[in-house]
Design a protein around this ligand. Sequence first.
Ligand SMILES: *[C@@H]1O[C@H](CO)[C@@H](O)[C@H](O)[C@H]1NC(C)=O
Ligand SMILES: *[C@@H]1O[C@H](CO)[C@@H](O)[C@H](O)[C@H]1NC(C)=O
Ligand SMILES: *[C@@H]1O[C@H](CO)[C@@H](O)[C@H](O)[C@H]1NC(C)=O
Length: 344
Amino acid sequence: MEPLVLPPNVFSALALSLLLLFLTPAAAWRPWPRLAESNASIDPLVGDSKKFEGSSEFVHLKYHMGPVLTTNISVHIIWYGSWQRNQKKIIREFINSISAGASKSPSVSGWWKTVQLYTDQTGNNISSTVQLGEEKNDRFYSHGKSLTRLSIQSVIKSAVTAKSRPLPVNARNGLYLLLTADDVYVENFCGQVCGFHYFTFPSIVGYTLPYAWVGNSEKLCPGICAYPFAVPSYMPGVKAMKSPNADVGVDGMISVIAHEVAELASNPLVNAWYAGADPIAPVEIADLCEGIYGTGGGGSYTGQLMDGHDGATYNMNGIRRRYLVQWVWNHVVNYCTGPNALDQ
Ligand SMILES: *[C@@H]1O[C@H](CO)[C@@H](O)[C@H](O)[C@H]1NC(C)=O
Ligand SMILES: *[C@@H]1O[C@H](CO)[C@@H](O)[C@H](O)[C@H]1NC(C)=O
Ligand SMILES: *[C@@H]1O[C@H](CO)[C@@H](O)[C@H](O)[C@H]1NC(C)=O
């Protein structure tokens, strides 16, 4: 889930803001517009925290006894709206890179090793295998160009009940990833979220399936959801970084997709691994490290990254491409970790 999902009642909003009060200095940073309004101490060069990569004694990530994904994970993609072939390729190759042992270090599969540290009640770890599952095109915007959280579930229903080539129903180890094209607005997109995950309701879809939505922000808010490949106007003097696959919107989506897949694996039914007392607004393993991509990261500072010979910025290698992916919380050492850490 993204950190700033507004809960439906004031009490949990209060609980959430108290929690964020403790967490935001160290973690969960994106250039949200509301931060600009309150000019909440954004120092674009060093960030607003001297703490080390989200490390915090205030983080009490707990296991709530629910399932995690311990068997080979299949990621089924729904391409909503108009997608270019090359955009699909960048994303497919990222998913395929998660369990590709042969990529050059630091690698996407090295990044997944932190996710694998999470176990269920029986002590089984999250699966090391993540495969691209089936794909479905929803080229003609079956539910329009503005989606709500509920209409997203209807889009998924259409995909798993389609007359021709429906997506398989795979409640045990399937993840459903709805990716919306750059001309689609989704409830709370840009203002509060760049993506989110939850599970479908049997009353709408017919099944309980863990799913995530991630949107291409290129037209709507690249400075927020594709940061640091684009920078919002209220951060003058900060230069956008060059994206590694020459597509700002899609390269920006990669880290959000990674965020949601890591959280779906560790908290698929929102009753497994999260911090905070409120399951309506859980703070999960990727929320805790949002905006942290390398050693020293925190606030608006991404941490130590790598520059390719072409000037593009990235922090890990996939099968054939480079990607910029946020780190995830490591509950063994109690801070955010990633494959490109300088001190390992
Ligand atoms: C933003 O910063 C300026 C200058 O530091 C200050 O005068 C102003 O009150 C701040 N605005 C808010 C909403 O905190
Ligand atoms: C499984 O999780 C445990 C506990 O976090 C960890 O010590 C172990 O290294 C993990 N195994 C794998 C294969 O990641
Ligand atoms: C799970 O994935 C591994 C490769 O990582 C493969 O060898 C194995 O056959 C898969 N198991 C199932 C049940 O698909």
